[in-house]
Design a binder for this molecule. Sequence first.
Ligand code: ZN
Length: 216
Amino acid sequence: MWTQWTRMISEHVAVCGVPLDLDDVNKHMGMSVVQNWTCPKCNQKLKGKNCKWIKTEIVEDGRKWSRPQPELNVRIAKGGHENGINADKVIGLVEGSLGIKMPDKRNYRHTQRKVWDAQEKLFHIRQEENLAKHVADAKQLPEYQPLEFEYNGETHTTNPSTVIMDGGGKKRAFNHRINGDETGFIVTSGVNQRPIALVHSQVSILCQFIFFINYI
Ligand SMILES: [Zn+2]
């Protein structure tokens, strides 16, 4: 992006032979900075951007269509989510310590929600794919035997295969009864080692304290 911009303006200046005028700098779009330049000789307007604008397929709740947004805003929301850094800490680091302007908290949360939706969607697609591959691979094993069983007078067939289960949480779990306010549980295929199910939960507990003050 930077190289492209430098090349474009240096080529323009080389042709027109005059320095460009900076009209304004737009810093109202989160981390995206747009500089508007004009060539005083040919009057051409040139726009310098610090990042690409992208349009994701995810449509935000309450909106009819997806709108383009600065790639930097999406990257920072994605990075924060993947590394377990919450909005306040990201804003504290980028804006407070580095002095780089961030989208306001409300907009940051909108972007964050879109990242969550995208990851959730991808997770379900992968889960279906992995499950189908697990069943297909299990059927190729020499010891594979479909299991027949009767239910409500009808005969059904199921595909027995090996899976590995593990999980954990804040509370000690016995016999895989994993529960509590922060837990995770994963089932991995014993045939091709792909994850085939993931269950997690996190409950935020809001504590409210009420103070009664008696004036006597
Ligand atoms: Zn020019």
